[in-house]
Ligand binder design. Structure first.
Ligand code: DGJ
Length: 530
């Protein structure tokens, strides 16, 4: 992560052992939705089908693709009409923007490159698999490809600076999308073979040595740390050599694209991850060399201009993935996730337990909708998508509203260890310790029932005072002082309005318990031990 003093700009600030995202000089949590891949290619489509949906879900941010082929249709001729329209559309709906650069690669392949790149396979060589097949992926070993991608990305960043550096609607940039090679572990073209025969670069070895204690299990297993420095990839990394080779070169490429963009306009930048789905998957079956669980450290070594490695979490093991990507050198930011019944619980957990900087269900405009854009096609004027509510949307919408208004409070506790997340999940304990008490959680509905799982967060304001937010659970307290029992002093219902507490009922009598219903709510609880 490059640390420069970027006061006044959207930026990441270190606080304790966590990070905060600062936007317009205030801590911000991106409560976002990502739109479907093709939506932002038409401003009319956005106006008709997307912006209002983001508002309905109480998103404060939209995550939106900008595709290379649409901004540089002819080499050196740029057209930013779409980008400008997207920024204006976001402003009109009071939303911040995270742009996704669909540049050289999107989900492994190079389908978003302009026609002049697609056609010129000599200047922009394609990756070759071991059996000589050319894949629809531009090679990350091509200097021409690096120059062309960097130039287009830098032009985009310059344009954003020109029209947005005062208002700062655009707050972060994703560079490329779910990169890595599908179909091969590395490029096997003659040019790439030559690189693969060279020794491992000294800077990578130095990084591994400097971080030896903290490397993940995959690298500890595959890096021959006792070997001499002048070794080739296979000698040093054995059976993992091809994946690590690709990760190194891919991260170096994207780091240089990010650096070229930052030189024009210094916004926080991240890469997103197509995760390895299960241990037994072979390289090439998942986008190999992308920043998946195995090679985060290689990407950290190769990508100092990439601020965050951000997992797209569609797996059931949500909590485990958060744990892997929340590291002292990497804040948790979730640029894509599921839009089904778990999504409203997961957002509370990611923020409460891992101090996430952002959360983003994918395909937000069709959430709760039953109609996907590829089946809806282009709708004629005055026709709207059919809305068929499944009930998940209102829960997310209310959760986002609550979390947005609580942001000034929640972010005060980032990096303090005074906050925990709650998640109804098999991997999560049903009891939590925080402040002077232990919390026994009881969930209102059974896991995997028709109802959405529970999620929440607890903040220990002091050893005896708590803020508890979320839905679908109740809490019993035990004192951590031996021999003492816990009693309530008070339980208050209420709401936050821009960080300020708006009191509701004082709960007593029949309501003298900490119980959060199926709608997201917030309680303030004071306890004493006796
Ligand atoms: C992950 C990709 O990053 C997105 O752009 C999108 O294609 C989704 N998958 C589709 O589920």
């Amino acid at each position: 992560m490059t640390h420069i003093n970027n006061n006044g700009m959207p930026r990441l600030d270190k606080c304790g052992d966590a990070y905060r995202l600062i936007v317009n000089e205030r801590p911000f949590i991106s409560l976002a939705g990502e739109v479907h891949n093709s939506s932002s290619s038409s401003l009319e489509y956005m106006n008709k089908n997307v912006w209002e949906r983001l508002v309905y879900f109480n998103c404060n941010t939209a995550v939106i693709p900008v595709s290379w082929e649409l901004i540089e249709p002819l080499e050196g001729t740029f057209d930013f009409t779409l980008v400008q329209g997207l920024i204006e559309g976001a402003r009109k709906h009071n939303l911040k923007l995270v742009f996704i650069w669909f540049g050289m690669w999107k989900n492994s392949h190079s389908t978003y490159v302009p026609a002049w790149v697609k056609r010129d396979t000599l200047r922009f060589p394609r990756v070759q698999s071991a059996n000589g097949k050319k894949l629809p992926i531009v090679s990350c070993h091509s200097e021409e490809a690096l120059q062309a991608d960097s130039k287009a990305f830098a032009e985009l960043m310059r344009f954003i600076r020109q029209i947005d550096s005062t208002e700062q609607t655009v707050i972060m940039i994703q560079v490329e999308n779910e990169v890595g090679f599908l179909g091969t572990a590395r490029d096997c073209s003659p040019q790439a073979d030559k690189l693969f025969e060279e020794n491992v670069p000294a800077e990578l070895i130095q990084y591994l040595k400097d971080h030896a204690e903290h490397l993940n299990a995959f690298l500890k297993k595959h890096w021959d740390s006792q070997g001499t420095d002048l070794l080739g990839w296979t000698q040093l990394f054995g059976s993992a050599a091809e994946e690590i080779f690709t990760a190194w070169h891919m991260s170096r490429f994207i780091d240089q694209v990010a650096a070229a963009g930052k030189a024009e306009y210094h916004l926080p930048m991240f890469v997103n991850v197509w995760l390895k789905q299960y241990e037994e998957q072979d390289p090439g079956q998942y986008p190999t060399g992308g920043p998946n669980q195995n090679v985060i450290d290689i990407w950290k070594a190769g990508g100092p201009h990439i601020d965050i490695i951000a997992p797209d979490i569609y797996l059931n093991e949500f909590a485990q993935v958060c744990e892997i990507y929340d590291r002292p050198d990497n804040p948790l930011f979730i640029p894509e996730t599921r839009r089904d019944s778990v999504t409203a619980a997961n957002v509370f957990y990611a923020i409460g337990e891992h101090q996430a900087l952002g959360y983003t269900p994918f395909g937000i405009e069709t959430m709760d909708n039953g109609v996907d854009p590829w089946s809806a096609g282009f709708l004629p004027p005055n026709h709207f998508m059919v809305m068929e509510s499944t009930g998940v949307g209102p829960l997310l919408s209310k959760s986002y509203e609550l979390l947005h208004h609580m942001t000034p409070v929640i972010t005060q506790y980032y990096g303090t260890r005074q906050m925990r997340g709650i998640l109804q999940d098999t991997a999560y304990p049903s009891a939590v310790r925080l402040g002077g008490y232990r919390f026994q959680l009881r969930f209102k509905n059974r896991l995997n029932s028709e109802s959405a799982p529970a999620g929440g967060l607890i903040i220990a304001v002091s050893d005896h005072d708590y803020i508890i937010a979320g839905h679908g659970f109740s809490v019993e307290f035990t004192s951590m002082e031996p021999g003492k029992s816990a009693e309530f002093i008070s339980i208050d219902e209420g709401w936050y309005e821009d960080g300020n507490w708006v009191p509701g009922r004082r709960l007593n009598g029949d309501e003298y318990r900490v119980s959060l219903g199926s709608e997201p709510q917030v309680l303030k609880v004071s306890l004493y031990s006796h």
